[in-house]
Design a binder for this molecule. Structure first.
Ligand SMILES: Nc1ncnc2c1ncn2[C@@H]1O[C@H](COP(=O)(O)OP(=O)(O)OP(=O)(O)O)[C@@H](O)[C@H]1O
Ligand SMILES: [Mg+2]
Length: 586
């Protein structure tokens, strides 16, 4: 599997998605601040206040005792409720971000140039749009919550320590506490960087597992036929094992931060206690001090975890940014020429195109294709026929030259306007995992049932569909698994016949059909032909009865063109291709 390029991205830029949920953000933040302050400041203050009165040794009335014992409970209650509300609303915000993020990735995939998918296989895209965004979601929720509450708790605790130290005219404890802070930074940073690297590796391994599974399922017949089950299982185990390795490393780095911070904290608390003992501090001061120290160090520990979460999210962000920052390449023009129904006159002027630099697949093509005519594109494998039709659909833009339809440069009209005028059956059509009916109507979602049946009849598919268990409502499985190759092609053809477009392109669309169905479909195409432009790529010559002109491709050039008859005369490439085919078919 090819690796996708990684690029840096900013995790926090995704907060822009929260513009529409400002109310949730406001509740989450304000509750987070209350929770943080209640922890770091409220609890030590109340404890000190209550204990200084309760344990003063003086007589206190029952009401005061009740109030003083209820006060810490009240602060804990406020802390608990605000903690819950803050977590809940941050979770809502996180969910909102991930939903927007997934939509953004999906929409970007719809717009990306097809070359991108050569480098980034489906498993990578699935892993990036599902797993990576889930990692970001989970981490963003925790990060957002802690990023407010923990600094607040830490600030509250430091504030209170400063107050205590000033009150007791003793700054040593504050100094002890603060001097431990820089010691925390080093392991947090070091481990964070390792974690980002390992987390990226773990996410790549997830993609590898999806990829292996995906390949295995797509080639399930080949795997059985070639007896590859064991080898496939071995490869799958390898991928799972590599994932486990990467996962355990991530877990190791995630878990190691807390104990390191706890040990450093314990040293800090130990020194503070020893010093407090030596100084003979009063119990209530000592309790308040210990609570403030606890919440202070706890906040640091959580901030350490937070740093980890930011690092593993950054690895996920890197993976998502690869998709989001990819240039779209095939752009719509700023001021598009308005286009309704095209006539269908196509012209190529000096068109050259290469998938890979300096390896022209189409070389300076010049030709015009007229409405009302049917063209056959023939030529050896890899000659450039599919690429030629991909250019008409603007799947790629020419490197040089122009393509016009009705004398309008196709780059001057909206892609959508161009494509809704073209009905196209690709060389390997895809069927969706739904009913026959849904598969046909996919081509024109607002069609009536009658139109669907009419299209199926034209595609010579109505009879076999009617014989299926539930007719048009029969489920056909993933990519039409329960159908024969010829049946799949006929459904793909019906989908196109339904669209009634001025330009029809068939790329080997009848290759899996028996000659009877082929002839029936050619008749259907012939009936359509008078006001349409029809381009058919085929290795079979049986369709020549309906073809007006043949374009012979060789290494990206049109080397011969003319009628079937004319081309058969003399020593033409066409004639050689034709004779070869006759030998194969006889
Ligand atoms: N997505 C791609 N990326 C890189 N090269 C490609 C891509 N698609 C096709 N090619 C290359 O471009 C050349 C022309 O391919 P194309 O699919 O247009 O041939 P074709 O005439 O349709 O062949 P066939 O009859 O086998 O379908 C081939 O050499 C092929 O390897
Ligand atoms: Mg092809």
């Amino acid at each position: 599997m090819r690796e996708c390029r990684m690029s840096a991205g900013s995790l926090f830029s995704y907060f822009r998605f929260l513009k529409t949920t400002k109310q949730d953000v406001a509740i989450a933040i304000s509750m987070g601040i209350i929770h943080g302050l209640a922890s770091g400041f409220g609890i030590p203050v109340i404890l000190k206040y209550s204990s200084s009165i309760l344990f003063s040794g003086e007589e206190i009335d029952g009401v005061t005792v009740t109030i003083l014992t209820l006060l810490p409970m009240l602060v804990m209650f406020i802390r608990g409720v605000s903690g819950f509300l803050s977590s809940y609303y941050f979770a809502a915000c996180g969910q909102h971000i991930v939903e927007e993020l997934r939509m953004m990735i999906f929409q970007k995939i719809q717009r990306l140039h097809l070359g991108f998918f050569n480098d980034c296989p489906p498993a990578e895209l699935i892993s990036r749009s599902i797993n990576a965004s889930t990692i970001i979601q989970t981490n963003l929720v925790d990060i957002s919550h802690d990023v407010i509450t923990q600094p607040m708790a830490l600030l509250g605790a430091i504030g209170y320590l400063i107050y205590l130290c000033i009150q007791e005219s003793n700054l040593v404890i504050l100094f002890l506490f603060l001097s431990a802070l820089p010691v925390f930074i080093f392991p947090i940073r070091k481990i964070g960087l390792r974690l980002r690297q390992k987390s990226g590796q773990m996410q790549r391994q997830t993609a590898e597992i999806i990829d292996r599974l995906n390949h295995n399922l797509a080639a399930i017949r080949e795997v059985r036929a070639f007896g590859l089950e064991e080898q496939e299982t071995k490869n799958y185990r390898k991928a799972c094992h590599a994932f486990s390795d990467a996962f355990l490393k991530v877990i190791k780095y995630q878990l190691i931060v807390s104990p390191i911070i706890e040990v450093i904290s314990a040293v800090g608390v130990g020194f503070s206690m020893f010093y407090a003992y030596r100084q003979g501090l009063k119990l209530e001061i000592f309790m308040a001090l210990a609570t403030a120290l606890y919440f202070g160090y706890d906040a640091i520990k959580r901030l350490g975890d937070l740093s980890n979460k930011i690092q593993s999210s950054m690895a996920a962000v890197d993976r998502i940014e690869v998709i989001l920052s990819e240039p779209e390449k095939i752009h719509d023009p700023e001021n598009p020429v308005p286009v309704d129904r095209l006539r269908g006159d196509i012209e190529f002027r000096d068109v050259s195109f290469a998938y890979l630099k300096n390896k022209d697949v189409l070389k300076k093509l010049n030709l015009s294709i007229q409405r009302g005519k049917t063209y056959a594109l023939v030529g050896g494998s890899g000659a450039g026929k599919s690429t030629f039709v991909a250019m008409i659909l603007r799947f790629f833009d020419p490197d040089r030259g122009t393509i016009t339809v009705d004398k309008i440069d196709i780059r001057a009209m909206l892609k959508h306007d161009l494509r809704r005028n073209i009905a196209y059956v690709p060389q390997d059509p895809t069927l969706i995992n739904d009913t026959v009916y849904k598969n046909i109507i996919w081509g024109k979602p607002d069609a009536s049932r009658e139109e669907v049946i009419e299209a199926a009849e034209k595609a010579y598919a109505h009879d076999f569909i009617s014989q299926m268990a539930e007719g048009y409502d029969t489920l056909i499985g993933e990519n039409g698994n329960s159908l024969s190759g010829g049946q799949r092609q006929r459904i793909a053809l019906a989908r196109v016949f339904l669209r009634d477009c001025p330009i029809l392109i068939f790329d080997e669309a009848t290759s899996a059909l028996d000659s009877e169905s082929q002839q029936a479909i050619y008749r259907a195409i012939k009936n359509l032909k008078k006001d349409k432009t029809i381009i058919m790529i085929s290795h079979r010559f049986s369709m020549m009865s309906i073809v007006d002109e043949v374009l012979v491709f060789s290494r990206g050039e049109i080397v011969e063109r003319g009628t079937h008859r004319n081309l058969l005369e003399g020593d033409s490439l066409y004639r050689r291709l034709y004779e070869k085919q006759q030998v194969i078919e006889s």
